[in-house]
Design a protein around this ligand. Structure first.
Ligand SMILES: CC(C)(COP(=O)(O)OP(=O)(O)OC[C@H]1O[C@@H](n2cnc3c(N)ncnc32)[C@H](O)[C@@H]1OP(=O)(O)O)[C@@H](O)C(=O)NCCC(=O)NCCS
Length: 153
């Protein structure tokens, strides 16, 4: 199993098809082939797994100079509520800073309970895109844009 397999295993388990947020294998493969796209895997303790098979969570992000967008974050349903998502978010923030990105963005469908996690990690809502998520069966949903700004040391 490679990183793409591990990401897709989490993707297929983690996203509710009703909201149309999940990416397919080709979309993720294309993203990983770009030099400015980064991913993280996490095992059940939130750390980098020893083997891809142990991954229960991932992030996917894209850097453009001093800005980086968290494209996706997901944890397998059975592994949630134990801090894995928070650990991934903290690792993403640290890695992005080490790459020189201090303006971190993410987009979330309105009403996603992940909002509490983002607020706790220093993200603040800065915009709304009406009817952004259209692929799901739940009807179009707005996207909320979050920004985390930090001074780099
Ligand atoms: C968002 C997500 C990655 C969080 O992973 P996690 O490992 O459960 O995260 P943590 O254990 O570090 O933190 C859990 C916190 O997230 C929030 N949260 C996120 N999703 C939640 C849910 N479905 N139900 C309740 N709380 C949720 C709560 O604030 C919770 O805090 P609490 O444990 O103090 O109640 C996970 O719920 C997930 O994969 N969701 C589906 C995919 C998704 O919507 N991703 C975000 C948009 S790209």
């Amino acid at each position: 199993m490679d990183a793409l397999d591990a990401i897709m295993a989490v993707m297929e388990a983690a996203f509710d098809p009703a909201f149309g947020e999940a990416w397919n294998r080709r979309q993720v493969g294309d993203a990983l082939a770009q030099p400015n796209t980064h991913f993280l895997l996490a095992d059940a303790t939130g750390k980098e797994p020893l083997a891809a098979e142990d991954a229960v969570g991932f992030t996917l992000s894209r850097q453009i100079g001093p800005e980086e967008e968290l494209l996706l974050i997901a944890v397998m349903p059975a592994a949630r509520g134990n801090g894995v998502g928070g650990a991934l978010l903290a690792r993403f923030i640290a890695d992005a800073h080490s790459r020189g990105a201090n303006r971190l963005f993410l987009e979330m469908r309105d009403g996603n309970p992940a909002q509490a996690l983002y607020l706790r990690h220093g993200f603040a809502p800065v915009g709304r895109r009406p009817n952004y998520y259209r692929a799901g069966t739940s009807g179009p949903l707005d996207a909320i844009t979050y920004l985390r700004e930090a001074l780099l040391k």
